[in-house]
Design a protein around this ligand. Structure first.
Ligand SMILES: Cc1cc2nc3c(=O)[nH]c(=O)nc-3n(C[C@H](O)[C@H](O)[C@H](O)COP(=O)(O)O)c2cc1C
Length: 259
């Protein structure tokens, strides 16, 4: 059973590769979280594994992923193999440590964890932009081998294998900057659409939280995870986050379906 959260398709692509190779069911965390009738109880097959795939947000797991993991319960858990994969543009900070803390009260423990370097989609602060095209291509090419290697390790149920790229100043980034980021940056308030908006509705369709509604122009609700899917999917580059994104670029995983 593979649970995933994804804004611009990187983590979804990884989750799909893993679910297909390991023959596991794929479940969207966003869909589960917005289902008001959800009991968050899951029943596992005997040899099923429990996996989570998500992007790194400000050197930590996204709040929605932490909340979801805290809520869920496996009715027949019996030492099933548990792992997570985080996708990040550069480095994951203390994501591994935080994920250990998130499941402290659970009966299960992580047997393996990985980070996969993917094209960067973070643009909503000054100084941050998507990768140059050449680097984007290299990351996408390398990710194929990275995920194949991870699939091999998962298939053989490798235990106590933790390979998450921490990077520099991890404590400062994950423990000091991350709480500030969650408080001040995870909000839809700065989003708006310029007159270039053609009301195509792609932002509405691609918001994993169903938090964008397009009548003439997009309107954002309060349930934003700051995944930036709405900004990156816009075919006219008409969606912006305050002034920070005005001269920035766009990215979406190339295999993501743009319906
Ligand atoms: C709000 C936000 C914060 C991010 N913070 C980090 C970070 O701390 N470190 C990093 O390497 N990448 C960071 N990124 C980049 C994403 O983790 C990376 O591009 C990821 O693969 C996106 O996955 P997705 O396409 O599944 O949404 C951030 C992206 C967003 C939208």
């Amino acid at each position: 059973m593979i649970f995933y959260f994804s804004g611009t398709g990187n983590s979804e692509w990884i989750a799909r590769q893993v679910a297909a190779y390991q023959n596991e069911k794929l479940i969207s965390i966003a869909d589960e979280m917005i289902d008001l009738n959800n009991t968050f109880q899951y029943t596992l097959g005997e040899s099923e594994m429990i996996g989570f795939v998500f992007p790194v947000y400000s050197w930590a797991p996204p709040a929605i992923v932490k909340e979801f993991i805290k809520k869920i319960c496996f009715t027949n858990y019996n030492s099933h193999y548990c792992f997570f994969i985080c996708s990040c543009g550069d480095e994951a900070g203390l994501t591994l440590k935080i994920m250990h803390e998130v499941i402290r009260m659970k009966e299960w423990e992580w047997k393996a964890a990985f980070s996969v370097i993917m094209p960067n989609n973070y643009v909503s602060l000054p100084g941050f932009d998507t990768d140059p095209k050449e680097l984007e291509k290299k990351k996408l090419d390398d990710s194929v081998g990275d995920v194949q290697r991870i699939n091999g390790l998962l298939e053989s149920r490798t235990e106590y294998y933790f390979d998450c790229k921490k990077g520099s100043f991890a404590f400062l980034k994950s423990r000091i900057i991350n709480p500030l980021f969650n408080k001040y940056q995870v909000t839809s308030k700065p989003f708006y659409a310029t007159d270039d908006c053609i009301s195509c509705g792609l932002c509405e369709k691609h918001c994993p939280m169903h938090n964008v509604k397009v009548d003439e122009k997009p309107v954002w609700g309060d349930n934003c995870t700051s995944c930036l899917a709405c900004y990156h999917i816009c075919p006219r580059h008409a969606i912006h986050y305050g002034k920070a994104t005005l001269k920035k670029h766009q990215y979406f995983h190339p295999e993501h379906k743009r319906y």
